[in-house]
Design a protein around this ligand. Structure first.
Ligand code: ZN
Ligand code: FE
Length: 255
């Protein structure tokens, strides 16, 4: 069993704290140190691991400070080891490591950056995917190719449907507003958005979601939707082309 705490920081980042079997505590993508340190104190947890999904500073900014204070080990993507501050252990696709009572599986998900990994905890059905899959969205393709990002999203969509998706940003509302522009008649999407609007009006987080919800409503996992294909004038086109067009439209979407 693991227990997971959410730490909202900066404008819209989430840092995740994961505790297993009392002795092991990991932090995923620590942008800033102070809120992590106080949450550790509050729970009387000792930090043993930093898990970095990718090198961006809003995911690694607290690496060195937390390592200095706690002497924890820093784990990150092999493909970007030079850009992860203080990295100790670099992992690649399908690597596994023990974390307390859990096994953690590494899933390589490049696209947003050259090196980007997701951490999957199969026993508890939890996925920490950084800036790859967002609730109702996906990360921008900065360093990789559209094809890489599309393949990364396919991998994540094949995880068990009840897997909880812990992404690194609260972008859900604007992602959903975009989704509605290309799939306005998706009933599950409309229902989900009603719920999201209510939550955000009360300042409540929309994360985690589940793989099932994303498959049903996230336009980046739905290039096979006829409604999306029609609205993009790409009926019957290769799914990669439809994904690419969707990503490009979202890049210029303001809302
Ligand atoms: Zn990023
Ligand atoms: Fe980010």
């Amino acid at each position: 069993m693991i227990s997971i705490k959410q730490i909202p920081v900066l404008n819209d980042n989430y840092i995740w704290l994961i505790n297993s079997s009392e002795k092991y505590t990991a932090v995923v993508d620590p942008a800033v140190p102070e809120p992590v340190i106080s949450e550790l104190k509050k729970n009387k947890w000792k930090l043993t691991h930093i898990l970095n999904t990718h090198h961006h500073s809003d995911h690694t900014g607290a690496n060195l400070e937390l390592k200095r204070i706690t002497n924890c080990k820093i784990i990150g993507p092999m493909a970007d080891y030079e850009r992860i501050p203080g990295i100790d252990i670099f992992l690649r696709d399908e690597d596994e490591f023990e974390f307390g009572t859990e096994i953690v599986k590494v899933i390589d998900v490049p696209g947003h950056t050259k090196g980007h990994i997701a951490f999957y905890f199969p026993n508890s059905g939890s996925l920490f995917c950084g800036d790859t899959l967002f609730a109702l969205g996906c990360g921008r393709v900065f360093e990789g190719t559209m094809e890489q990002m599309w393949n990364s999203l396919i991998k994540l969509s094949l995880l068990p449907k009840q897997t909880r998706v812990y992404c690194a940003h609260e972008y859900t509302l604007s992602n959903g507003n975009f989704a509605l522009t290309i799939e306005p008649n998706n009933k599950k999407l409309k229902f989900r958005m009603k719920n999201i609007i209510e939550k955000r009006n009360k300042g409540i987080s929309t994360i985690p979601s589940t793989i099932e919800e994303e498959i049903d409503t996230n336009p980046f996992l739905r290039p096979d939707s006829l409604e999306i294909q029609r609205n993009l004038s790409l009926v019957g086109s290769p799914l990669l082309d439809i994904f690419t067009k969707t990503r490009q439209l979202k890049d210029s979407f303001r809302g």
